[in-house]
Design a protein. Structure first.
Length: 356
C-alpha cells in the first residue's frame, strides 16, 4: 500500500550517499549528559570528515524526519501514542528526569532527533540500492520493535528501512542484517521473527542487556562473545561468519549495524576491541559486500565513549582510501549489477581491441 513519502525523493547525484542532519544531535540543558551516550556523536563524525576534506555540507544527503505515516509502516498506533507520555520516553531513553518534562518538549528535544535519524536510515536504504552503498551517520536503534522501545531506541529504523525496500523497490525481496553492536539486536529480531526474507546474523556479548531469549530464536547465525573479547578472536569470528552468512544466502541488500560500543573501556559493552580493530571490522564487512556486489547500508548504532566519533570517522576514511566506498563509483551505480556489467563489457572491448 504505497503512500507518498518524501523519504524516497532522489538525492542529487552530486551527493555522497552519506545521510545526516544537524537535527540528529540531542542537546538539552545538559540532560543528555545523564546518559553515557554521547548525544552529539553524530555531528562530531561529520565535522571530522569535513576536516579531512572527504565531504562538505552540500555533498551530504540531508535526512528528513520520519512522519507518523512512515512510522506506521512498522509501528502500532498504540505504541506511537505511548510516546506521548514523558515517563515512557524517560524509560526508553534511560534518562529519568525526562519523565518530569512536558511532552511537547520531549517530542521536540528527544524524539524529533530520533525520528530524523530514523528517516535517515529509511533514505539510506534506497540510496544503498541505487548507489551500491550508503551510510546513515545515525540510526541503528536495534532494541526497538513494532510495539516496544528500550535501550535508547524509540523507533525501529532497521525494520522500517527493510520494510520500505520490500514494499517500494523492485528487485529487493531478501535482506541480511549483520548486527555487530555489542548488544543483541532484539528489536529487529522480534519484528522479523517469522519472516523468511530476512536473514539475521548477530555478534554480541552474551552477558549484557537485553538478554532476550525469545528474540534469539530469530537469529540465523548467532555468535555469543565472552567478557573482554579482544581483536584477534573477534575479527576472526566476524570474518568467518560474515563470509558464511553471505555464502548461505545472497541477499538483495545488507543492513550493517556498526555499533562502536565494542570498544575497549565502553561502560556498557564489556568487550575489549581496539580502535584499529573497529576500523578493520568495518573493512571486513564492506569487502564481503563489495566482492559479491551486494548493496550495503551502514548505521552507527551504539557507542558510548567520547572517542567513538573519531573512530567512526577514521573507519569511513579507511573505507574510502581502500576504494570500498567512492563517490564516483556511487554515482555510476556501483553494486548495481547492470551498471557493473556495462563497465566490465566496455573494459573487455578495450582489451579485445588492444589485442587485435
Amino acid at each position: 500500500r504505497p503512500h507518498r513519502t518524501e523519504l524516497y525523493e532522489d538525492a542529487p547525484s552530486a551527493c555522497w550517499p552519506i545521510v545526516y542532519s544537524p537535527d540528529y544531535n540531542i542537546t538539552f540543558m545538559g540532560l543528555e549528559k545523564l546518559h553515557p551516550f554521547d548525544a552529539g556523536k553524530w555531528g562530531k563524525v561529520i565535522n571530522f570528515l569535513k576536516e579531512e576534506k572527504l565531504i562538505a555540507d552540500d555533498l551530504i544527503v540531508q535526512a528528513r524526519e520520519a512522519t507518523d505515516e512512515d512510522l506506521l509502516v512498522v509501528h502500532t498506533r498504540r505504541y506511537l501514542n505511548k510516546l506521548k507520555w514523558s515517563f515512557v520516553v524517560a524509560t526508553i531513553t534511560e534518562i529519568p528526569p525526562v519523565a518530569f518534562l512536558p511532552n511537547f518538549v520531549v517530542q521536540r528535544k528527544v524524539l524529533k532527533p530520533l525520528r530524523t535519524q530514523t528517516g535517515g536510515t529509511i533514505m539510506a536504504g534506497k540510496l544503498a540500492v541505487d548507489r551500491g552503498w550508503a551510510i546513515n551517520v545515525g540510526g541503528g536503534f536495534h532494541h526497538c520493535s513494532s510495539d516496544k522501545g528500550g535501550g535508547f531506541c524509540a523507533y525501529a529504523d532497521i525494520t522500517l528501512a527493510i520494510k520500505f525496500l520490500f514494499e517500494r523497490v523492485q528487485g529487493v525481496s531478501k535482506a541480511t542484517i549483520i548486527d555487530l553492536d555489542a548488544h543483541q539486536g532484539n528489536g529487529h529480531e522480534r519484528d522479523f521473527m517469522d519472516d523468511h526474507r530476512v536473514y539475521i546474523m548477530d555478534v554480541y556479548n552474551r552477558y549484557i542487556y537485553p538478554g532476550d531469549g525469545f528474540a534469539k530464536r530469530a537469529i540465523k547465525r548467532k555468535v555469543e562473545l565472552e567478557w573482554g573479547t579482544e581483536d584477534t578472536e573477534y575479527l576472526q569470528k566476524v570474518h568467518t561468519h560474515v563470509e558464511g552468512a553471505l555464502n548461505e544466502v545472497k541477499p538483495d541488500v545488507i543492513v550493517y549495524n556498526a555499533g562502536t560500543d565494542i570498544l575497549d573501556g565502553d561502560p556498557l559493552g564489556g568487550l575489549a576491541i581496539s580502535p584499529q580493530g573497529i576500523v578493520k571490522r568495518d573493512e571486513v564487512v564492506f569487502k564481503a559486500a563489495r566482492s559479491r556486489r551486494i548493496p550495503i547500508l551502514m548505521v552507527t548504532s551504539g557507542g558510548y565513549q567520547k572517542r567513538t566519533a573519531r573512530i567512526i570517522a577514521d573507519s569511513i576514511l579507511n573505507l574510502h582510501s581502500l576504494g570500498l566506498i567512492d563517490k564516483e563509483l556511487a554515482i555510476s551505480g556501483a553494486g548495481n549489477p547492470k551498471v557493473e556489467q556495462m563497465i566490465r563489457d566496455s573494459a573487455k572491448d578495450l582489451t579485445d581491441l588492444s589485442l587485435q
